[in-house]
Design a protein. Structure first.
Length: 594
């Protein structure tokens, strides 16, 4: 155990994490230059090609210094606030972190939020100024920023370039010298933290763990403490470029387990793995990650529903934080109401359905989960506007609140205040972390964050703000269901749940946006936004003028073929509702309102 080091790399996006990781793998000959592809830890396609997990989330390097061999486990972390629980579990599997800062950019928002997560997990921080080969490198300035932020000494800061390979050996030496070896007792009952899992179509679910105490052996009957599921360890091992089976993996080390588990629900990030016959204790409080945002996912072509169902099942094996159940919409037919960790997660799922599973889908207006209490004191969880009871039957509605932490530069405080207060935020605290870094704490309704908060925050601070949030429970709110009518017909898939004070403005903007997004037809289209029977806004799309060229189209075969091809290609993300065609953008128009 003395010769193991577990560490991760944390950085603001694009500060060169993947490139540096590649250099470390190359330098330790973990990957021969023949296998070397740029950004090995990143590539999902490659992963599937090889039928193993290279995206791997963890990779083991052998490193020899002064005649002594060390095992270095590099653990990869996701980089977005949606996944902060997973980031913190990955960090919990390490004793140290390389804090990477781009020499030409200096400290940026995510540098700070990631640093805080690392400090929160008691990690030893090794600051590295990266990309020093660049013309714009500002080494002395960035050094000062780092010293101010973490209070280290000048000589603690390493200089590197992942691109030209400068400083790689020094980084490896620092990992060995400065990051503490893991502690733990290999003879004690097994306590292993499950920090990530992936689904592999050949092998089933592969779970990654870090052992705190005990030893896991092939063939052991293991138990997942939080879920209570028990399985036999069909294969265990360590992670090199691929999976390397071992007979046992001991305290301090990082490894994987394959058990033939086919239910993603049994394997949850943050759970503790132990031996069923001699169980240890849970390593830390296990937190069930709850979906925060819900939206419908529908096939573009109704007949593809079964196929989509199949894909959803597979996708969930790969991503246990995705939840779904069947939903029926008058407008869109059969589909799924899905629960996501956040909007980015929603985008990722949609993209994976399209890229990995070849599905063309429509995603509907996202919403948070409300609680409605009826006058008969029933409690109804509302994950879908359609589930909101009739207003006359509602006693009260509650909405989820969050505590938002925003870190920014002093010059953006005004913009952020305007933004957050406009979103029903309540300022709790404002404090200076350093003379040039301010932290603002707000309480805000989650629903206001869901729509476009993150984009607005970025544009109002020129990208110079980091944002993180934690749920703090439910509060009463005046929530209304807004319906959209096209030529008098309600389109359920366009309904949204919003705060009543915003309904008028929201309805007007949404109608304007839909007017922009809906293609013109041969007839006029009336777009109306209504709460109950009350119409709040209306726009009209005038009819298209008769297209004279349309008449030419008769027997001309090449034109006909073109049209057919167009239709074929046109599993376009477009749905015909009544006689109006609605493109995907229109379903998500609420996300783009100014
Ligand atoms: P994300 O995975 O998107 O968070 O980015 P990352 O932090 O992994 O950064 P990545 O390694 O993808 O590098 C971002 C960009 O910076 C790429 O265009 C790299 O080619 C470039 N880059 C990375 N390291 C260096 C370096 O040391 N010097 C120079 N000049 N460019 C670098």
């Amino acid at each position: 155990m003395k010769h193991i080091r577990n560490f991760c790399i944390i950085a603001h996006i694009d500060h060169g994490k993947s490139t540096l990781a590649d250099r470390l793998l190359e330098h330790t000959k973990t990957i021969g230059s023949r296998d070397m592809m740029n950004q090995v830890l990143d590539d999902m396609d490659l992963e599937r090609e090889k039928g193993i997990t290279i995206k791997s989330k963890a990779i083991q390097m052998d490193y020899v210094i002064n005649g002594q061999q060390y095992t270095l486990n590099l653990i990869d972390t996701p980089g977005h606030v949606d996944f902060s629980y997973e980031v913190s579990r990955a960090l919990a599997a390490c004793e140290g972190a390389l804090l990477l800062v781009d020499a030409s950019q200096g400290i940026q928002a995510q540098t700070i939020s990631n640093l805080y997560l690392a400090i929160g997990n008691d990690l030893e921080i090794i600051p590295v100024i990266n990309k020093i080969d660049m013309d714009g490198a500002m080494i002395p300035e960035v050094k000062d920023q780092i010293i101010e932020l973490i209070g280290c000494k000048d000589e603690d800061i390493l200089l590197a370039s992942g691109k030209s390979g400068i400083g790689i050996e020094e980084i490896l030496q620092a990992v060995v010298a400065r990051i503490p070896a893991p502690e733990g007792n290999a003879e004690a009952p097994l306590e292993a933290l499950l920090f990530d899992s992936v689904f592999n179509s050949f092998r089933g679910i592969i779970a990654y763990f870090r052992i705190y105490n005990g030893t896991i052996r092939k063939g052991d009957k293991v138990r997942f403490l939080a879920t209570g599921a028990e399985y036999e360890a069909a294969e265990i091992g360590v992670l090199k470029l691929g999976l390397e089976p071992r007979k046992e993996v001991k305290a301090g080390d990082v490894g994987y387990i394959i058990t033939g588990i086919k239910t993603a629900k049994d394997v949850k990030v943050g759970d503790t793995i132990t031996i069923a016959s001699n169980p240890g204790n849970a390593i830390q409080g296990f937190e069930e990650v709850k979906p925060m945002v819900f939206a419908g996912i529908f096939p573009v072509v109704t007949e593809d529903f079964e196929e989509l169902r199949d894909c959803m099942e597979k996708l969930q094996l790969n991503d246990a934080s995705l939840t779904y159940e069947i939903e029926t919409s008058q407008a869109l037919g059969f589909g799924f109401r899905c629960g996501f960790l956040g909007l980015l997660h929603m985008e990722i799922i949609q993209e994976r359905l399209e890229r990995e599973f070849n599905q063309t889908v429509i995603t509907t207006v996202p919403n948070v989960s409300f609680i409605a209490y009826t006058t008969r004191d029933e409690k109804i969880i509302v994950n879908n506007p359609a589930e909101m009871p009739d207003p006359v039957k509602i006693d009260r509605v509650e909405e989820p609140f969050i505590r938002a932490q925003i870190i920014t530069l002093p010059e953006y405080i005004g913009n952020i205040m305007t933004l957050c207060l406009g979103k029903r935020g309540i300022l709790l605290n404002q404090s200076y972390l350093t003379p040039t870094r301010v932290e603002l704490i707000f309480e805000m309704p989650l629903t206001e964050i869901v729509f476009d908060f993150y984009d607005k925050l970025k544009s109002n601070t020129r990208g110079y703000a980091s944002f993180d949030y934690t749920p703090i429970g439910y509060r009463e709110a005046d929530i209304a269901k807004m319906d959209i009518l096209l030529n008098g017909d309600k389109v359920d898939a366009l309904s949204a749940l919003i705060h009543r004070s915003r309904a008028q403005d929201f309805g007007r903007k949404l109608c304007e946006k839909l007017k922009e997004l809906l293609p013109r037809q041969q007839f006029m289209i009336a777009i109306q936004a209504a709460v109950g029977a009350k119409v709040l806004a209306r726009e009209t799309i005038s009819a298209m003028r008769k297209d004279v060229t349309a008449k030419c189209y008769g027997g001309d075969i090449s034109r006909k073929r073109k049209l057919l091809e167009k239709q074929k290609e046109g599993k376009k993300r477009m749905r015909q509702i009544g006689n109006v065609e609605i493109p995907q953008e229109a379903f998500l128009a609420v996300l783009k309102l100014d």
